[in-house]
Design a protein around this ligand. Sequence first.
Ligand code: UDP
Length: 242
Amino acid sequence: MQVELLGARVDGIRLEQAVERVAGFVGSRQSCWIITLNPELLYRAWSERDLLNLINRADLVTADGVGIVWACRMAGRPVPERVTGIDLMLRLSARAAKEGWRVFLLGAAPGVAGEAASRLKRLYPGLVVAGTHHGYFSPAEEPSVVELVRQARPDLLFVALGAPKQEYWIARNRAALGAAVAVGVGGSFDVVAGRIRRAPFWIQRLRLEWLFRLLKEPARWRRMLVLPLFAWLVLKKYKLRI
Ligand code: UDP
């Protein structure tokens, strides 16, 4: 089921269904591009038409976080659950280990992608890591990074350059990347590598992961100012209808 939220397409699917969908793409050697859509990205796309068009070109757009799940409910188009970048990355890595899919980790500060890959291999024995590369390369270096990924022939490519940089990067390069399933996963490598701690499950259950992140990374406050603006936009459009 697909719903429309502030002009963007959102797929109303559960995490397990998303994993099955990816399995279908890998099995048929088709390329696929997944966006995990959070309120910051959607708010930006609301006033940046190119970004909105780009989101609507992806093959799968998941509701990343309680903000999007709430907004879909306000719009009268509920989605079943949130499907975050990190949860998707972990579940897909587990499946990759079982199926023998090759994974590539692109992004984050030098060293982090390698650490995240080692942690994933410990969590999911048998996982084949086709390669890793940090996310601080210049535009001039981009072709050689793309070539590195292409030659590694990954089935799954996790891209952690932050949104919307990773979305633009995937859109630009997906044709050159072969059949890989590309997923933008934001800051997930830092969490998997243990550089940033994720909120305990009880905080996630209370839907307060955003608050935990703010307290852990106070520098995010400026970015988080977008959240009330996003909430206001949603209420205005779908409840007050102004
Ligand atoms: N990053 C990167 N290259 C850049 C800018 C950012 O690899 O040019 C990485 C950064 O190191 C971090 C991730 O992208 O690991 C962004 O994390 P953040 O939590 O800000 O992303 P979000 O999940 O909010 O999109």
